[in-house]
Design a protein around this ligand. Structure first.
Ligand code: FUL
Length: 481
């Protein structure tokens, strides 16, 4: 009788155990929306800064530079798009209007536009030309339209907000689907303002009615990612140097104070209440707009590689700016460096040295979540532990002694971001030794890339610590460059 009860218990607990193994772990909130996940998977896309500033050697036009000075002589949006495609960019965000208020599309809201420039005798529309070139070559298209407008007489008063919303409406309703929309946070104060030449200040979070602005964007492009304003879907990294902290949470808080806290923006909040991943915006040259004097200061392949490791490698997207020159083209030096950078990157991180080896895990939730998934390329296949396991490890055995100096790690973020520490060791000559790195091995998130001095090893061990939720890892790769 007793024996029977025991075996019944064993069967029941086996069934419970089995059931908990096959079920996906509970998600640890906040988690990304489907749109946020798709956005994060873009990893790299481009900014194009072009406008009156280009022709007047400025970064922030005052709003009084004559429209007639906008005069590109050899403009070709296809050249921009093909260049960007050749350096792996998945989309383009275009400065349809910068702080000087000059509009690069024939808007009905102001005469201060491309209509009154010599370009195509006032018949040009660069938003149209660029969006069509993007569609033709399979790049996504996005818009930057500066809220701050140093040209408009009505700026700072009620009248301007309608003009601004009308501009958003024109841009979102006429040029096809947008993947991202930028509400730039810069509000410097002084400007021409229709000849007033004065300083005007506004309270951005109230003045622009960002909620309405976002609704306009989403009424035409419901999937568009939103940068800035009061209701963003992603966050600024807090600097324009191209650096995301190695400790990088996708979680953040959405109050306006947090959204403007440059120190916290660089790393996120471990216990943040919203999913708000970071975007790193940086220019391939010192300036955002083209200046001949910066022709010798274009970022080199090695500087661009650093940018990539410090952004995408730190769980953030890279928005790399390409200034278009006075001819209307991306200069050849910029395009040569960017294409060489992309080719090097492709070459460096394509051959996963772990692929033909063996992987074992300290804990596995069941065959559906087994450790082998970290070596396959199917995004939604992942290794998971049992619930409540805070410490776990993977050991990879190489088929033969192997040298490597780069590691890639990915958490399966549709389940949330859970890892707050990991440790790397390699096994050689019969003992385990730590892999020394220059940066803290804390977060992983969507993607983490780690660089270190070459090690020669028979095995690699990765120990993970989670601070909440269940560990879910969908990719690990080792490379040697
Ligand atoms: C900033 C602007 O002031 C810069 O000119 C540039 O457009 C950059 C992307 O955003 O806030």
């Amino acid at each position: 009788m007793k024996k029977k009860r025991i075996s019944a218990l064993v069967v029941i607990s086996a069934i419970i155990g089995l059931a908990s193994c096959v079920h996906r772990p509970e998600r640890s909130y906040p988690i990304p929306t489907a749109n946020q996940l798709e956005w994060q998977q873009l990893e790299t896309y481009a900014f194009i800064h072009f406008g009156l500033n280009t022709f007047n050697n400025m970064e922030w036009g005052y709003g009084d530079t004559p429209a007639s000075t906008f005069n590109p002589t050899n403009l070709d949006c296809e050249q921009w798009v093909l260049t960007l495609k050749n350096c792996g960019m998945k989309g383009v965000i275009f400065t349809a209007k910068h702080h000087d208020g000059f509009c690069l599309w024939p808007t009905e809201t102001t005469d201060y536009s491309i209509k009154n420039s010599p370009y195509k005798n006032g018949k040009g529309d660069l938003v149209k030309e660029l969006s069509e070139a993007c569609r033709k070559h399979g790049l996504k298209f996005g818009i930057y339209v500066s809220p701050w407008d140093r040209h408009q007489a009505e700026y700072g008063k009620e009248g301007y907000v309608d003009i601004y919303h009308k501009q958003i409406e024109e841009l979102t309703s006429n040029y096809g689907e947008l993947f991202e929309f930028w509400f730039d946070g810069a509000n410097g104060g002084d400007g021409w303002y229709g000849g007033a030449n004065e300083t005007r200040s506004i309270v951005a979070e109230e003045y622009y009615n960002y909620e309405k602005a976002r609704d306009i964007v989403w009424s035409y492009s419901p999937n568009a990612a939103i940068f800035g304003g009061t209701k963003p879907t992603l966050r600024w990294i807090g600097n324009e140097k191209g650096i995301a902290d190695a400790t990088q949470w996708c979680m953040y808080n959405t109050d306006f104070k947090s959204l403007n806290n440059e120190k916290m923006l660089s790393c996120g909040f471990k216990n943040g209440t919203a999913w708000l991943p970071a975007e790193v915006d940086v220019s391939i040259r010192p300036g955002w707009f083209y200046h001949k004097s910066e022709d010798s200061l274009v970022k080199t392949v090695s500087q661009l590689l650093d940018l990539f490791y410090n952004s995408v490698g730190h769980n953030a997207n890279l928005l790399l700016n390409f200034p278009v020159n006075t001819e209307g083209r991306i200069p050849s030096i910029d395009s040569a460096n960017a294409v060489a950078w992309y080719q090097k990157l492709q070459n460096d991180i394509s051959n996963n040295l772990l692929k033909d080896g063996k992987v074992t895990a300290s804990d596995t939730r069941g065959s559906r979540f087994n450790a082998k998934h970290v070596l396959c390329d199917e995004y939604s296949h992942y290794w998971a532990t049992h619930d409540g396991v805070k410490h776990s490890e993977l050991i990879f055995e190489f088929p033969k002694t192997t040298s490597f100096n780069r590691l890639l790690l990915q958490e399966y973020i549709p389940q949330g971001q859970n890892v707050d520490a990991f440790y790397l060791d390699y096994y050689f000559n019969g003992k385990w030794l730590p892999i020394e790195t220059d940066e803290p091995l804390t977060t992983i998130g969507y993607k983490r890339l780690v660089r270190f001095q070459t090690v020669k090893a028979d095995k690699l061990r990765i120990r993970f610590k989670t601070f909440k939720g269940t560990l879910c890892i969908n990719k690990i790769a080792a490379y040697c460059i």
